[in-house]
Write a protein that binds this ligand. Structure first.
Ligand SMILES: [Zn+2]
Length: 419
């Protein structure tokens, strides 16, 4: 492993704040958050803004078939391998300003510092990437653009995904001018993503930098329970086939599966679609969206089976039809140990308190992980709040993360090829 030497790279933090504020204004909500779901008008405006910034600085921009944007900086010649950094610009419908955007803007500022630094002798080129539909709020599944890049999904699958109004990703990207034609660039020598933690571990440990060692596994279900819609008055209790009653029991069962593990498994039901959703009608059908997460893959598998059994039992007792679809099955994974060590060395050399942790939330880095050496740097989220308009990270913490990303990328770009 190479020893870290402080790069002395000059990062323009004022340019960071100017670009961050400009990006945060696109799709801003009155409460200080963002509504900038994937391939929306606001997402298009925000992409235009960041691309214009990169074009002014002579990055070579290409857009692939699913709207992922790559901005390349040839530091080492056209045939040299490249290092990739970036994140996403889409948000939840009532999301925060920092999720995703921080990693994109951080990547832009660090890449621009590499471009303007006087140093010669880079062994790698650098790319900034903006992935399409990380959040999965408008189009399911999440991490769709990075998933296509990593070969998890085909472009055709991604482009055919529909939002709640039946608009496909292809149509939406076409409308904002980001249905690209370029081939995605070759697999990078490394991928590094800067992101807010979205949890409270850094804050509670008084650490400024999180070195992400790996990701929690996640299994997600949509469970459809079909009973019979009927009048809430005259229908005798014994004749009722109440889909919402069954759904309620499933919500409780899902929580009980977590409780039995002493908190090692995290479970939640965050959404239910109720039909016809009328106070005078016994619910005819309910779709339950359940989410199970753990670091232990065996525990996650066992718990998923327990959840499916609970759904069968509850449906049988309520005499209703059941359809269980597993829509996400993501194993717990480990990020590159060498890159983790590098992030830690850079943080320490720069005087930051760092700690190792695993990400519970999904990120584009998780999609890239099987493809190439991958790492993530986290900075604290105030009170652990994220996917919320109140999401906040202090200026000091934002700049610390930027500094560590700069140091780590500088080291990677100068490494002999193959190391
Ligand atoms: Zn994110």
């Amino acid at each position: 492993m190479n020893k870290f030497t402080p790069s002395g790279l000059l990062l323009d933090t004022s340019a960071f704040h100017v670009l961050f504020d400009a990006v945060a204004a696109v799709g801003a909500t009155p409460l200080g958050g963002l509504n900038r779901v994937a391939a929306s008008h606001e997402d298009g405006q925000c992409r235009d803004l960041v691309c214009a910034w990169l074009e002014q600085r002579h990055f070579e921009i290409s857009v692939d078939r699913v709207g992922n944007i790559y901005a390349l900086l040839a530091l080492a010649g056209p045939t040299a391998p490249w290092v990739l950094t970036g994140s996403h610009l889409d948000s939840q419908p009532r999301g925060g300003r920092f999720d995703g955007a921080y990693g994109v803007i951080g990547a832009c500022i660090v890449a621009d510092a590499m471009r303007t630094c006087a140093q010669k002798g880079f062994s790698h080129n650098l790319g900034v990437v903006i992935w399409t539909n990380e959040e999965g709020a408008r189009f399911s599944p999440s991490m769709l653009g990075s998933g296509v890049y990593a070969g998890r999904y085909t472009s055709d699958f991604a482009l055919s995904r529909q939002d709640a109004s039946g608009v496909t990703l292809a149509q939406a990207l076409g409308e904002i001018g980001y249905l690209g034609k370029s081939e995605a660039p070759a697999v990078p020598a490394a991928y590094v993503e800067l992101h807010i933690e979205q949890g409270a571990m850094l804050e509670s440990s008084n650490a400024e930098i999180g070195v992400v060692e790996g990701n929690w596994g996640a299994v997600k279900y949509t469970v459809t329970l079909r009973g019979t819609a009927a009048h809430t008055g005259p229908t005798p209790m014994e004749q009722r086939r109440d889909a919402l009653l069954a759904a309620a029991k499933l919500v409780v069962a899902c929580r009980a599966i977590s409780d039995a593990t002493g908190g090692k498994l995290l479970t939640s039901v965050g959404r239910m679609d109720i039909e016809p959703n009328s106070s005078n009608v016994i619910a005819g059908s309910v779709i339950v969206y359940a989410d199970l997460r753990a670091t232990d893959n065996a525990l996650l598998t066992d718990s998923s089976l327990a959840f499916e059994r609970a759904a069968s039992t509850i449906a049988a007792e309520a005499k209703i039809e059941l359809d269980v679809q597993q829509v996400v099955n993501r194993s717990a994974g480990v990020f590159d140990t060498d890159l983790c060590a590098l992030m830690e060395q850079v943080a320490t050399a720069k005087g930051y308190r760092s700690m190792r942790l695993s990400t519970i939330a999904g990120h584009d880095a998780i999609a890239l992980c099987p493809l190439c050496p991958t790492a993530m740097i986290f900075v604290p989220s105030k009170d652990g709040i994220s996917h919320n308009e109140a999401e906040f990270t202090s200026t000091t913490d934002l700049e610390a993360g930027l500094d560590v990303l700069g140091g780590a990328l500088h080291e990677l770009l100068c490494r002999p090829i193959g190391h």
